[in-house]
Design a protein around this ligand. Structure first.
Ligand code: F6R
Length: 234
């Protein structure tokens, strides 16, 4: 794992942007794996303000809530539209279909999409409990797209985006750990001291199902981009 630490989240995001920019320049970014949440927002802002053109690129997102339509402001689809796609349209953008309750159908279809669009660069955030995508502790490393019941810690962490905590969906579809590990390159972003322990365990701890991020130690091309606070326990 390569570790990059910058003073602030904005400076760290600029380092991640440099990697995206360089891959685009070398024409090595046909498929980009994207994350939602607060962590990649600065990177997306820097992409939106750049002159990069994604109109020949495909995006695949890590996850989507079950039960939310793409037009629902809380859906991850809507989030990506707002924070990236309105300014930087991709040729095509894929999400697991949160409106379809048939988990078998959704996950089979998304795995087919991922097989047809191998990811050149996956952007990841990490949960305080070490989750990547919505792969909570205990998720098997050979998992592909699946439906998950979100843990209490993740529901609480996400409640800030909803008016009423009862509205936070209880299930999501997520790419699995094997789906993430299949990406050619990965950038893991983490900012703030709330992430410092998850980063310590991910980077320096044992590779264990209890810390899903730790599996990234086995990937040949991971860059971990941190601000000083998130790097505080390394
Ligand atoms: C989002 C995702 C999650 C987040 C993680 C961190 O698509 O897959 O794993 O990356 O929950 O969330 P933030 O960035 O809001 O701290």
């Amino acid at each position: 794992m390569k570790i990059i630490t910058a003073k602030t989240a904005t400076e760290a995001s600029a380092r991640a942007f440099d990697i995206v920019n360089e891959l685009m320049r070398r024409d090595q970014l046909q498929v980009m794996g994207l994350a939602t949440g607060s962590t990649p927002l600065d990177l997306y802002k820097q992409i939106c303000e750049s002159n990069l053109d994604f109109s020949r690129c495909t995006s695949v997102n890590l996850d989507e809530y079950v039960g939310l339509k793409p037009t629902d402001p809380q859906s991850y689809h809507y989030f990506m539209q707002e924070h990236l796609f309105n300014a930087k349209p991709f040729k095509e953008s894929f999400f697991p279909d949160g409106t379809n309750p048939d988990a078998g159908e959704v996950t089979r279809k998304y795995d087919r999409i991922l097989a047809q669009h191998p990811i050149d660069l996956q952007i990841l955030g990490i949960g305080r409990n070490g989750h990547i995508g919505f792969n909570e502790p205990g998720t098997l490393f050979d998992s592909h797209t699946h439906r998950v019941a979100l843990t209490a810690s993740t529901i609480n962490a996400n409640a800030r985006f909803f008016e009423n905590p009862d509205e936070v969906p209880r299930y999501a579809y997520t790419m699995g750990i094997a789906s993430i590990m299949a990406a050619k390159r990965i950038i893991l972003l983490a900012f703030g001291d709330a992430k410092a322990e998850a980063i310590r365990q991910t980077v320096n701890g044992p590779v264990t199902l209890e810390v899903p991020g730790s599996v990234l130690q086995r990937h040949p091309d991971v860059t971990v981009v941190l601000d000083e606070a998130a790097a505080g326990r390394l």
